[in-house]
Design a protein around this ligand. Sequence first.
Ligand SMILES: Nc1ncnc2c1ncn2[C@@H]1O[C@H](COP(=O)(O)OP(=O)(O)OP(=O)(O)O)[C@@H](O)[C@H]1O
Ligand SMILES: [Mg+2]
Length: 281
Amino acid sequence: MKTPKRIQPLVEEGLVDDVLRQLMSGKEATVYVVRCGEEIRCAKVYKEANQRSFHQAASYQEGRKVKNSRQARAMEKGTRYGRKMQEEAWQNAEVDALYRLAAAGVRVPKPYICFEGVLLMDLVTDAAGNAAPRLNDVELSEAQALDYHAQLLQQVVLMLCAGVIHGDLSEFNILVDAEGPVIIDLPQAIDAASNTEAAVLLERDVANLASYFGRFAPQLNHTQYGKEMWALYTAGLLRTDTALTGRVAAEKRPANVGAVLHEIQLARREEEDRQRSQQEM
Ligand SMILES: Nc1ncnc2c1ncn2[C@@H]1O[C@H](COP(=O)(O)OP(=O)(O)OP(=O)(O)O)[C@@H](O)[C@H]1O
Ligand SMILES: [Mg+2]
C-alpha cells in the first residue's frame, strides 16, 4: 500500500522497507503490518495527544522519571516544549516497558525502536502466520480458560517482579499465538514501586483476568490473586516461581487508627515544608 505519512521517516531511515496493510485503528494508535528486509513486523503509530483518551490521566504519569528538572518543569507548565517532552515520554514509555519485560522473560512482542512516534515491534502471529487474534476473539473451553488464566497470572507475577504493572490489562490487550497469551499495549505501564495507585491498578488488572476467564470457568470468579500478589510483593516475598492460592487471609487485628493519623500528620507536615521551601526559592 501507499506509505502512510507518519511511517515515511522510518522508510527514509531504512527501518521499514514496505507497508503491507493496516491492521487496526484503535483508541490510541493505528497499527500497520510492515516489511523490514525479510521480516514481517508491526508498526504502531501513536495518535496525537488531543486524539487520545483517558490514558494520559495523572495516575499513569506518577512515578515516571524524566531526564532532567528543566523537562519536568516544562511538562508541569504545559509549554510547547513541555508538551513535546510529555508526548515523547508517553511514546517511549511503551518501548521502554517492552524492553524491560522482554528481558524479564514476559511474553510480549519483541521491540526494535520507537522513532518519530512509531513503535516498531514483532508481529504476533497465529499458527498460520496471520496476525494473532485478541483473546476476546477466541472461543475457550473451561480447561483452556483455566490454563490461559494460570499462564497470564504467571506473566503478571514476572512483570511485578520486574517492577512493572500493565495498568490496562484485559482480553482486548492480550493476543493469542500458537503457544498461548501474549501481552500488548503498554504505554500506560506503571512503576510498581513508586506509583501510589499501584495496588489498585494491579488488582484491577488481575480482576479483569478473573472476570473474563470466569465466564468459561466460574470457579475463578471469587479469587483474589491480585491482593495476594500485592501482599507478597510489598512484603518482599514475591518470587517468579511463587505458588499462589488466590486466597488472602482476612485481617483480624483491629486497625491502629492512632498510627494512621500520625502518618497522615507527618505527610502533611512534609508537604507544608516542601511548599514553603519552594516558595522561598
Ligand atoms: N505486535 C502486534 N502483533 C500483532 N497484532 C498487534 C500487535 N500490536 C498491536 N496489534 C493489533 O493492533 C490492535 C491495537 O493495538 P494496541 O492495543 O496496542 O493499540 P490501542 O490503540 O491501544 O488499541 P485499542 O484502543 O484497541 O486498545 C491490537 O488489538 C492488535 O489486534
Ligand atoms: Mg489496546
